[in-house]
Design a protein around this ligand. Sequence first.
Ligand code: FES
Length: 104
Amino acid sequence: MVERYQVAKADEMGENEMRSVEAGGQEIALYHVCGRYYATEDICSHAYARLSEGWLDEDDCAVECPLHGSKFDLASGKARSLPATQPVRTYNVVVVDGAVFVEV
Ligand code: FES
C-alpha cells in the first residue's frame, strides 16, 4: 500500500535544489528541477554514495552521482551512463496546498 509523507514545503525549495529526506523509513533524494519535483532513492545503485550530494543536470533532468559520475534520469531512474548499470527506484511526488509529499 502506498502512503504519502510530507517531506518539504514547496516555497522552501528553489528550482535546481535537491536534498536528502526520509519517508516511510526510506532514504530519498528530493529534487526540484525542470519545473517540477522528482524523488529517487538516495543511495546510488553502483556503490555507496548519496545522489543528493551529487550534481543536478537541469538540461537533462538528471542527477550525477558524486562518486563515479553516473547520471540517472530523474523521471525513470534509469542509469544513463556508466559505471552504474542498474536503475534507482523512483517515487511519485505530489504537491498539495504548498506542501510536497512523496508516495512510498
Ligand atoms: S557510486 Fe554512484 S556511480 Fe559509483
